[in-house]
Design a protein around this ligand. Structure first.
Ligand code: UTP
Length: 408
């Protein structure tokens, strides 16, 4: 793209300031900026006008979860079936580690955070150790994909290499980068993170499958006959990954996706709740739950919308090709976005100062035909780290780990 073409593209969307420093850049920087302008999809900025996500929800109805009593009763059946699938090499794990973890406030990738008290215990370490339990139990090195973004890729790879992958087999780990989206202020004006670079943010965790395909990694899924892929967040330090019972229950149910869920702590708890939307599996956000939905009861007299998702999904690989990125809503999220001010000083805001644009993995669920919500015990499998203190924090996760017998 030439400078004139860039000017034209930017003028059409009222973002001419992107080229403010162009003439003082060296040739390589100029080329990099022109390439970024050429490759960036600025259409997302239209959503910054009212700061609202594309909404338009359908009609919600309850979706029954498989609960603990049934799981305990059928434990051996599920466990045996799951072990068989895992031992046949049909299961992979995918760590979503492309997020910026801005609420935690560390400059490093979130997985590098040390939650130890008497010794180092890194978030990545907790996750890998949990997966290693299954590796050892099934005597199978499960393929582990790790999604990063251009913001944290090098640091993540370097750290895990240095730590010897916390005992995971290096040749079973594959990294790939997710895509980015531009970030802007509350008026939709693009931020610049340097004189030669528009501010960008990872484009949400739904991009994992298309980014994987773009990186040519779907070939690994095909070549290795991987039928199930367990997608999970970096921040839940207690979660079980590819655990045989979950794999077995999902495979036996022959659904498009299994979703780990926990019983809600209170009717208005701030978690997305598993449900049906226009007859297809979906997740209703806590702020979308009407009083009527909160009061609704199932046939046992229990709350009908009672199970929250914990970002651990087991997708049936053959059905993923039908999931379309452009059919997923775009979420407009307020974030702290680093930018250069009028004097080109880099500012790292302490409060949200604009919008980033994301597509979320939970919206993939709605494109699939069937889902098994699978109940896990909150105290044993849900210790998310979003904040340094308070709710869903390093503090609360430490307490939960210690209760589960994990030495910190
Ligand atoms: P969060 O919703 O906690 O977002 O991500 P975040 O960006 O990491 O953190 P905050 O909101 O800035 O504090 C849930 C999971 O999805 C991954 C995260 O790494 C985490 O595992 N994620 C999120 C991605 O992989 N890519 C993204 O673009 C966003």
């Amino acid at each position: 793209m030439t400078k004139a073409e860039a000017e034209q593209k930017l003028e059409a969307i009222g973002q001419e300031h992107v080229l403010k420093y162009f003439d003082e850049l060296d040739t390589a920087q100029q080329e990099a900026l022109l390439t970024q302008i050429e490759e960036t999809d600025f259409a997302v900025l239209a959503h910054a006008k009212d700061g609202k996500s594309e909404a338009g929800r359908g009609e919600f109805s309850p979706l029954a979860a498989m609960q603990r009593d049934e799981i305990i009763q059928r434990e051996k059946e599920f466990h045996d079936a799951g072990c068989e699938v895992i031992k046949a090499g049909k299961t992979a794990a995918l760590l979503l580690a492309g997020g910026m973890g801005t609420r935690l406030g560390s400059d490093n990738p979130k997985g590098m955070y040390d939650i130890g008290e008497t010794k180092p215990v890194y978030i990545f370490q907790r996750i890998i150790e949990n997966l290693l339990d299954v590796v050892h139990e099934t005597d199978t090195w499960i393929r582990l994909f790790i999604m990063t973004s251009e913001k944290n890729h090098d640091a993540t790879v370097k750290f895990l290499k240095e730590k010897n992958y916390f005992g995971y087999k290096e040749d079973r780990v594959v990294f790939f980068k997710q895509d980015m989206a531009p970030a802007c202020d509350y008026n939709g004006k693009l931020y610049m993170e340097a004189k030669d670079r528009i501010s960008t943010s990872p484009n949400g965790n739904a991009g994992w499958y298309s980014s994987m395909v773009r990186a040519g990694l779907d070939k690994i899924l095909t070549d290795e006959g991987i039928e199930w892929i367990d997608i999970f967040a970096v921040d839940n330090v207690l979660q079980r990954i590819c655990d045989p019972c979950f794999v077995g229950a999902t495979a036996l149910a022959k659904v498009s996706v299994g979703a780990k869920v926990v019983k809600k702590a209170a009717p208005d708890e701030k978690v997305g709740v598993m449900c049906l939307e226009d007859g297809r599996p979906s997740i209703v956000e806590y702020y979308e739950l009407s009083q009527e939905m909160m009061d609704a009861k199932d046939e046992n007299g229990d709350p009908a919308y009672n199970f929250g998702v914990i970002l651990n999904y087991l997708f049936h690989v053959p059905e993923l090709a039908a999931v379309k990125d452009d059919a997923m809503p775009l979420h407009v999220v307020e974030k702290k976005i680093p930018y250069i001010d009028d004097d080109a000083n880099l500012i790292k805001p302490t409060e949200p100062n604009g919008y980033k644009f994301e597509q979320l993995v939970l919206d993939m669920i709605h494109q699939l035909a069937t889902c098994l919500p699978y109940e896990v015990v909150r105290e044993h499998e849900f210790a998310p780290i979003k904040n340094p203190t308070g709710v869903d924090s390093v503090e609360s996760a430490r307490e939960l780990c210690k209760k589960d017998g994990i030495e910190l």
